[in-house]
Write a protein that binds this ligand. Structure first.
Ligand SMILES: Nc1ncnc2c1ncn2[C@@H]1O[C@H](COP(=O)(O)OP(=O)(O)OP(=O)(O)O)[C@@H](O)[C@H]1O
Ligand SMILES: [Mg+2]
Length: 255
């Protein structure tokens, strides 16, 4: 199984959209895909028409069992999505309580790793959507993944946030004594605005070697897709954003 985390401490940069878009493309290629919602806001869960306030079973259950996750608990938390070949572990609002009550010391930093270990032969890819803050959930996600994708909005304010994020990654990696490849993904790029063009240029300079050199364009069709609970590659495969996500996926897989 290939495990990717999609993270940025800044909100609204296209994390959830990237999880759905990339996950759907992988599923359409015939891979067995699991998307994992670790964000207590549950945007990914809502995307697929489940209410994170009313989940009977969710990622929260996994944390209640710490490192020893019973098979029936695991079965209960996996739901199908509207995309063939793609399943989901939904979030629930209860996940937010973990950030307050649980620390890594309780052995809670490896719950996601242990969950995925149990599903290792069942899926080819797992994509983890993460909350925009550094806490036990993001740490779980970083500990479990092999690749980290960092969507960044192409606007000036995003640069500072990205520095913070990269610093966080380094800190967490040092404490976990491992190395993690990360790839910065410029999103919501609008080539008609000077700010977008300038930010993209700066990003390419500052993150040379860690950045995808193309960008996901701003595309309202992505909002339409989310409204329909489908992926962009399903509702409009030739749209600009669908084409960009295909290029991005190719780049990630080939590197
Ligand atoms: N390339 C894009 N062009 C236009 N709109 C986009 C694009 N990518 C995402 N959006 C829209 O922007 C909003 C935020 O995107 P998304 O939910 O993916 O961000 P996020 O990083 O997951 O946010 P949060 O931190 O709140 O979880 C959504 O309404 C989404 O449809
Ligand atoms: Mg999100």
């Amino acid at each position: 199984m290939h495990v990717w985390s999609i993270a940025n401490q800044k909100g609204g940069v296209g994390k959830t959209t990237s999880v759905v878009s990339l996950g759907a493309l992988l599923a359409q290629q015939g891979h067995r895909v699991l998307v994992f919602d670790l964000d207590p806001q549950g945007s990914l869960t809502s995307y697929f028409r489940h209410n994170p306030d009313e989940m009977e079973h969710s990622a929260f259950d996994l944390f209640m069992h710490g490192g020893k996750i019973p098979d029936d608990v695991l079965e209960n938390v996996i739901l199908p999505t509207s995309i063939e070949g793609m399943d989901m572990i939904p979030a629930s609002t209860a996940l937010a309580t973990l950030e307050r009550n649980v620390s890594q010391q309780d052995g809670m930093g490896l719950v996601v790793s242990k969950t995925l270990a149990k599903l290792w032969d069942q899926y080819d890819y797992a994509l983890i959507d993460t909350p925009p803050l550094l806490g036990v959930l993001l740490i779980n996600s970083l500990a479990a993944c092999k690749k980290l994708l960092v969507p960044v909005q192409t606007e000036f304010l995003a640069l500072k946030g990205l520095e913070r994020m990269v610093h966080t990654i380094r800190m967490v990696m040092r404490s976990q004594q491992r190395d993690l490849e990360y790839l910065v993904i410029p999103t919501m790029f609008d080539r008609r605005t000077a700010a977008s063009v300038k930010t993209l240029k700066t990003l390419r300079e500052q993150y040379d070697g860690h950045i995808w050199h193309t960008a996901i364009p701003v595309d309202t069709r992505l909002r339409d897709a989310s409204r329909e609970g489908k992926a962009i590659s399903q509702i409009d495969p030739e749209s600009r954003s669908a084409r960009a996500y295909r290029l991005l996926l190719k780049n990630i897989v080939e590197n």
